[in-house]
Design a protein around this ligand. Sequence first.
Ligand SMILES: *[C@@H]1O[C@H](CO)[C@@H](O)[C@H](O)[C@H]1NC(C)=O
Ligand SMILES: *[C@@H]1O[C@H](CO)[C@@H](O)[C@H](O)[C@H]1NC(C)=O
Ligand SMILES: *[C@@H]1O[C@H](CO)[C@@H](O)[C@H](O)[C@H]1NC(C)=O
Ligand SMILES: *[C@@H]1O[C@H](CO)[C@@H](O)[C@H](O)[C@H]1NC(C)=O
Ligand SMILES: *[C@@H]1O[C@H](CO)[C@@H](O)[C@H](O)[C@H]1NC(C)=O
Ligand SMILES: *[C@@H]1O[C@H](CO)[C@@H](O)[C@H](O)[C@H]1NC(C)=O
Ligand SMILES: *[C@@H]1O[C@H](CO)[C@@H](O)[C@H](O)[C@H]1NC(C)=O
Ligand SMILES: *[C@@H]1O[C@H](CO)[C@@H](O)[C@H](O)[C@H]1NC(C)=O
Ligand SMILES: *[C@@H]1O[C@H](CO)[C@@H](O)[C@H](O)[C@H]1NC(C)=O
Length: 620
Amino acid sequence: MLLPVMVPSRLILFLFSIFILISNFASSQQGTANHFCLNEKGNYTTNSTYQANLNSLHSSLSSNSETSSGFYNISVGQGSDEVHAIALCRGDLSQDTCLECINSAIDELITLCPRQKEAILWYDRCMFRYSNRSLFGVMETSPERTLVNPENASDAQQFTNDLSDLLASLRDKAASGGSARKVAGNSTSGPLLQTIYALVQCTPDLSEEECLGCINGAFDQISGFLGRKGAQVLRPSCKIRFETEPFFDAILVDQEPVAPQAHVDEIDKPESLQYDFDTIQSATDNFSETNKLGEGGFGSVYKGQLPNGQKIAVKRLSVGSGQGDLEFKNEVLLVAKLQHRNLVRLLGFCLERSERILIYEFMPNASLDYFLFHPTKRERLDWDNRYKIIGGIARGLLYLHEDSRLRIIHRDLKASNVLLDAEMLPKIADFGMARMSELDETQGNTSRIVGTYGYMAPEYAMHGQFSVKSDVYSFGVLVLEIVSGQKNSCFRVGENVGDLLSYAWRNWREGTAADLIDPAVRDGPRNDVMRCIHIGLLCVQENVADRPTMASVVLMLNSYSLTLPVPSQPAFFMHSILESSMSSSSLGYPNSRVTCTSNSKSETLPLSRNEASITELMPR
Ligand SMILES: *[C@@H]1O[C@H](CO)[C@@H](O)[C@H](O)[C@H]1NC(C)=O
Ligand SMILES: *[C@@H]1O[C@H](CO)[C@@H](O)[C@H](O)[C@H]1NC(C)=O
Ligand SMILES: *[C@@H]1O[C@H](CO)[C@@H](O)[C@H](O)[C@H]1NC(C)=O
Ligand SMILES: *[C@@H]1O[C@H](CO)[C@@H](O)[C@H](O)[C@H]1NC(C)=O
Ligand SMILES: *[C@@H]1O[C@H](CO)[C@@H](O)[C@H](O)[C@H]1NC(C)=O
Ligand SMILES: *[C@@H]1O[C@H](CO)[C@@H](O)[C@H](O)[C@H]1NC(C)=O
Ligand SMILES: *[C@@H]1O[C@H](CO)[C@@H](O)[C@H](O)[C@H]1NC(C)=O
Ligand SMILES: *[C@@H]1O[C@H](CO)[C@@H](O)[C@H](O)[C@H]1NC(C)=O
Ligand SMILES: *[C@@H]1O[C@H](CO)[C@@H](O)[C@H](O)[C@H]1NC(C)=O
């Protein structure tokens, strides 16, 4: 027996009914969430730095994701506004699944507990908690939740004995795990052909004694229920669970994690990211036309498949080689470190025989423009989808601007540079191109303009001045396009031909902004849709200083109680100025002409389609 049963079961039943009463259940893609918002630990106010820090947890998590142990210690901000967070995944998850779970937990918990400084949430697959105090290395047993299956197991007495032995061995094994992982899971055969599955896990920042203490206490909570078909106890520092059905992968639970440093070392070595030309040549069938996905300002993009079966997108740069080989490698290594769930991952590069090639993860669902501007495919993007896409792009851009180690200004954000993953969630492509193609990213003035008609902030298009606020402008255009389903550069609604921004502004002024909404999403919650139009208009304001930062945008998207400023007049896109400068100074890329054609003819799935990119445009 693991521990004596000391608590009278009637008391336990009483406690259990209290748990049910105060339980807050919520459902999401990750399944049922159990959570607590801890009112007594203090509240934060709307718009506070603390709130902004909470909203940056995603990006801190992704810059923290070099560990593969499934345990994350994250902190954001400083002083009394610092947010401390801890996340722990079940022992059998891949890193991707784990991060996906934690990212959902972050979103859900912030939504469920909109005021509380401290909160905790458990999904089946992961636990996530945050507070304004440090949580690392502190053993905590409350708040606690106990869940019990009401059904009895067959031969409950024998079942209890077999289960107790199993839990005792798992407890000892988990507690003795190292500082990276404290988890154990196994199964045993119970009476009458039943199999008992159980999992025990502590956060690995605990000592062996602390872990034992936490698990023993949790065991007490269910000691009266060991004859049931399943039960679990969830505590901040540990959890135990048993079932008569498998609920985890025993083989993976038993695997040692990869040493936390291994991944970092690997990425610091250029060799591990460098592919040889022959590999890329055969992966793309010698850059065959059939594998070509598109042509962009920086070169052509091909679909490919590595010998191990991995699908890739290959960008063969056409830009001259003013930059030295070493510089190119260094820039690629830096950009490859930018990892965020809303950025397309750069996997490596190839540098051989004057070839400069970038290798990216392949995205199966093409780009946003492919759906958004297609007469029928746009229907597949419902409002829920579009809203998630807007939020994802905002977070990806915020990471580039503020949370990554480099400050990256994208300079060419547009619908065709937003790719969609298998769940139709967005990833930004083509970031860091300026660094990797010898355009100087560090100065705020440039004579070489990279950008796309309709998305470029006027101060950039006309004077070459770029800043994070020129990206914010492009983001604003994109938001208005997503809401309206209309291309800014090829706008047409009934009689109205012109540009989307003037149309949006006029309707906003006249109180008819709802006319802007794409009929395909007219059933979306009106408040959310109108709020997006409002945010879009704030981003495209003519006065650069009035445009919000991406941090404010993320905050505005997340908090409904926030009152938004009134937008001032947008910077209307000046066709005549741009068109004349384009015709005189575009450097001869065939795709730099403005076209209004739909992309629907192409069924291929590009890394980035770029039919109207202005590659180099000398300001006057
Ligand atoms: C956390 O916030 C509460 C309430 O605002 C405050 O009393 C407490 O001192 C804060 N803790 C830390 C460590 O800042
Ligand atoms: C925080 O707000 C909740 C209501 O939202 C309130 O019940 C609680 O007392 C507040 N906590 C503190 C410490 O002020
Ligand atoms: C939130 O911040 C914005 C600008 O940063 C400000 O205009 C607004 O008044 C603030 N709202 C609240 C409720 O504090
Ligand atoms: C965990 O985060 C806290 C800040 O919240 C920090 O002081 C501590 O050093 C971190 N521990 C580890 C092992 O990273
Ligand atoms: C489970 O067993 C207990 C006692 O062994 C009994 O009182 C209870 O009614 C049983 N519950 C169910 C759902 O069969
Ligand atoms: C699971 O339990 C069986 C039987 O007790 C044992 O042989 C096996 O080694 C255990 N597996 C793990 C991963 O602990
Ligand atoms: C690949 O194509 C180039 C020209 O497009 C040709 O010169 C070369 O021989 C081809 N290589 C292979 C291995 O087919
Ligand atoms: C997105 O890609 C996934 C996986 O390839 C596919 O199952 C799904 O149908 C695609 N969605 C759309 C809308 O094309
Ligand atoms: C950019 O150039 C303009 C005019 O040449 C100058 O006034 C401005 O200070 C420059 N800005 C930066 C950041 O170098």
